[in-house]
Design a protein around this ligand. Sequence first.
Ligand SMILES: Nc1ncnc2c1ncn2[C@@H]1O[C@H](COP(=O)(O)OP(=O)(O)OP(=O)(O)O)[C@@H](O)[C@H]1O
Length: 228
Amino acid sequence: MSVLIETEKLTRILPETVPVTLVRDVSLSIGEKEFVAITGPSGSGKSSLLYLLGLLDRPTSGILRIAGRDTEPMNEQERAATRLSTLGFVFQFHFLLPEFTARENVEIPMRRLRRLGRAEIRARAAELLASLGLGEHIDKRPDQLSGGQRQRVAVARSLANDPAVILADEPTGSLDSHSSEQVFNILESLVRERGKTVIAVTHDLDMAARMDRQIRLVDGKIDYGMSS
Ligand SMILES: Nc1ncnc2c1ncn2[C@@H]1O[C@H](COP(=O)(O)OP(=O)(O)OP(=O)(O)O)[C@@H](O)[C@H]1O
């Protein structure tokens, strides 16, 4: 199995007057086609770790390799390019652009990457939305969709550039139980059927138990006793 995300003693400390440790000495290795939960009590550093893995924040020290590449020497442009092509993001709140339709929201990352032409981008956005059960809704704006549908559009958008890794921060955290189950099943199918690696922060221990393994954080560190 090839390793997609690897860290060695990854640490993030906020340089306040009294420094705040968000993540400390986290060493982990996540391979392709893994479905991994990041769990832990509130304030344990789960989101902070996900932000580091997603190149949305920079570590204070330690090593982070993505798809075999050390991220330390990358400049902002290379980090942005890696985010756009290799990583997909789903957050607790969908962050869709309200003035655009579902299809246009899914088109945006493809337009930014410029790997496909206009017609291909349109077709791929429609295909992705249809594959997530949103074929009837491609021309609707976010305010015309339910919470679960909006989150599925956000998942379609995360897949737009066919990234190897999807990073999700409490992806079902603001959904009712039915939509939550639906979004969870979709995330699982991304791993089992599309060969993605999905790393999801979750408070929901039942959900975490259904994933391949758990990385549990306590006070910014991995709790090895409770991780698998
Ligand atoms: N910019 C900041 N300034 C000060 N403290 C911060 C900052 N960002 C995060 N923290 C603190 O760092 C700790 C880790 O935060 P983080 O959001 O990563 O935890 P979490 O496990 O995701 O929490 P939750 O489950 O509540 O979302 C928390 O105690 C938080 O209050």
